[in-house]
Each structure stands twice: as C-alpha cells, then as structure tokens.
Ligand binder design. Structure first.
Ligand code: PLP
Length: 380
C-alpha cells in the first residue's frame, strides 16, 4: 500500500540533496572537527559553511548560531540558559499555555528551582493578549518566551509586537520558531528577536539536529558541559553530518520559500474546501488569518480522533490527533483546551499538515477516505 503522508508538522522527509551532502561526513570526511589534520579541518569548514546557511535563512550573523541536538535542546538551552545566567536579576519568566512541551516542561522544572512562571492565556483562535502580557511583566521578569507559530493549530503569534514590548522593558525575548522556520519568512533583526529555536527535521533535514540563534552580546549559561565546541556553549563532538544536513536544508528552504508557501497553502485551502463540502458537523480549530500555510486542525464532532487515525492508517494515510509527542496520552491536547474546546471536541480533532511533497491528487484520496471513515465512526 502506498503511504499518504500528511503529518509534516511532526516531521518531514529528508530531501535527496540533503542526504547527498551529508554522506561524505559519515565515511570519507569523518574526522573529528576539533582535530588538526586536513580531513578534520574539512569537517570543521563544512560546519562553518552550514552555520552561514542557517544564519542566512533567518537573517542572523553566522556567529549568532549555536548547533544543538534538537529543537527541544535549543528550547531548553534558551530557557534554562537565561534563567541561570540572570537569576540574580530576577526570578520571573513569562510564557504561554500553548507552548510545546520543550518549553512548558523546562518552565515547570524551573518552578521547582524557585522560578515563578506566568503562563499566558490565549483566545479562541490561539492568540495571546498583549495587554495581559504587559500586565504580567514585573521588575523581576527576566525572560519572555512565546512560540512563533503553534504546532497543533498553526496560529501565528504577534511576534513583532511581543518583541517590541520585551525590548522596551529590557527583557530577553525568546521564540520557539521550530514550526515557523521554513513556512514563514523570518528576519530576526527586523523583528527584534533575541533568541530563536529551530529544528532540522521540520524543514526536510535530518532528525537530531537543531540550532539556537542568540543575538550578539546576549549572555546565557551553557546547558551541556564538557569540551569547548560551539564557542564553549554546547559541549560534545559535533554532529557533522547532521549539521551539514541542516545547512543544506536551510539553503533549500531559503531558495524556494515563496513557492513552498504558495504550494502548501493551496493544498491546505483545497483540503478545507473539500472537507467543508463533504462532511458536516465539523469545527475548524485555530486562527483563519494568521496561520501557518500548511496547517489544518478540524474537530469531527461525535467521534474519537484516535479512532479516526486508525481508520486512516488502514488506508495508508498518516495524520495526527494533535502533536506527535502527545499521541499516546488520553488527556485532551493542552492547546485545544486552552482555546476553549471541551474534552469531547478536543478529542475529536484531526491535524493534517501539508508539505513540499504532497499533491492535489493525494488530497482527493485523503478527503474521500476521511469522509468514509467519519461516516463509519459516526454510525457506530
Ligand atoms: C517539533 C517541535 C519542537 C521539538 O523539536 P525536536 O527537534 O523534535 O526536538 C519544539 N517546538 C515545536 C513548536 C515543535 O513543533
């Protein structure tokens, strides 16, 4: 059976060009980048080239990019790195209720260490309220972390406004942009972002590689201790192939972003149109205007999203009931709860996220089988 992949927010297929660039760093150029001989220097040079490409993608300087082991590690480094560094300035962090667990769990951990955390509410579309943000700031606030775009419902937060507020109050602003990078044009300098997390496998690069952008001059405490790699900020022998892969993926994203956005938005809008036409009693979750181009999240009232996933899997379709990390859980999604869905609606949600490799024909197959599955489950 063919596979129909509609879970591009969970991960993406690695592009051929990316794999091709990575391969030499497993066999012919496997030297430790810290060594002095030329084979090792080649690896080191490849890392620095990749750093340039990642920087270029988000409008940063090359020396502002730190490679990490994942998007999760970039998030942990930002949150804990500022909390530890600035602990004598203050003990208050502001974030939101709809962050990825990489942020939420880092904050919860810091609460056990004496930090106070404000988790901002969101409205029914998933937007934070700027007045609430403003009113939450105290003279103890050292960090504001708000995700660029949400991984479940696709809502894009008012990042420029948030950055402006943070700057006025002299507070560090971090954004988890793991979903946004590659799907929205981002320029960290013009927006005024201090720290930004991104991940390789969400942009057609390999898993297990991420990056943290940290504005020049901003001090943070390292999160992984050991050797002097990454300017003494992230110890451990570099994942050369992974870094090279992230670099190539970033370059491809940058070269093709307008077409990419148009392509996935067209597919998403076609999908919504078809579902609206053929399936009744649904609820579209998340914002309609400021939304990731490839994201859809729909509650099919009266059925279980998990049951629906199994029905779809039987015909080769990969989708999600929320975020991949939560698919085993029986509690409803914290994001859908935060936008006001009751437990029943939250549990009947289906997230379908489109990517570069999807086609319109695949969506016809998806909608046809979705209609069959929803009808079957509703009649049971
Ligand atoms: C996927 C994701 C992460 C985690 O990135 P990994 O590289 O998988 O650790 C963090 N934040 C958001 C919003 C994500 O979608």
């Amino acid at each position: 059976m063919d596979t129909y992949y509609f879970d591009n927010a969970a991960t993406t297929k690695v592009k051929k060009e990316v794999i091709k660039e990575m391969l030499p760093y497993f066999n012919s150029k496997y030297g430790n980048p810290s060594a002095v001989y030329s084979m090792a220097r080649e690896a080191k040079n490849a890392i620095e080239k990749a750093r340039e490409k990642v920087a270029y993608l988000i409008g940063a300087n090359k020396n502002e990019i730190y490679f990490t082991g994942s998007g999760t590690e970039a998030d942990n480094t930002a949150i804990k790195g500022i909390a530890v560094k600035d602990r004598f300035k203050g003990n208050h962090i502001i974030t939101t209720k709809i962050e990825h667990n990489a942020i939420l769990e880092s904050c919860k951990f810091l609460e056990t260490q004496g930090m106070n955390v404000t988790y901002l509410n969101v409205d029914k579309n998933g937007f934070i309220n700027l007045d609430e943000l403003m009113n939450s700031i105290t003279d103890k606030t050292i960090l504001i972390s708000v995700m660029f775009a949400n991984n479940e419902i696709g809502t894009i937060e008012p990042i420029e406004d948030i950055a402006k507020i943070a700057k006025e109050k002299n507070i560090v602003f971090h954004t988890d942009a793991v979903q946004a990078v590659g799907n929205i044009k981002i320029d960290v300098k013009s927006i005024g972002i201090d720290m930004l997390s991104l991940s390789g496998h969400k942009i057609y690069g390999p898993k297990g590689i991420g990056a943290l952008y940290v504005k020049n001059g901003l001090e943070f405490e390292k999160f992984i201790n050991g050797g002097h790699q990454e300017k003494n900020k992230r110890a451990g022998t570099e994942n050369t192939a992974g870094i090279v892969g992230l670099g190539k993926a970033s370059e491809l994203v940058k070269d093709n972003i307008d077409n990419h956005i148009e392509h996935i938005k067209e597919l998403r809008d076609y999908y919504l149109e078809q579902v609206n036409k053929r399936i009744s009693n649904i609820r579209i979750n998340g914002a309609l205007n400021a939304r990731l181009p490839g994201n859809s999240n729909i509650s099919f009232n009266g059925i279980s999203g998990t049951d629906l996933l199994y029905e779809l899997d039987n015909v080769g379709i990969c989708a999600s009931s929320g975020s991949a990390c939560n698919s085993e859980e029986t509690t409803p999604s914290h994001v859908l709860s935060a936008i006001g869905l009751d437990e029943q609606s939250a549990k009947s949600a289906l997230r379908v996220t489109f990517g570069e490799f999807n086609t319109k024909e695949e969506i016809d197959y998806l909608v046809e089988n979705l209609e069959i599955a929803v009808n079957k489950l509703r009649n049971m």
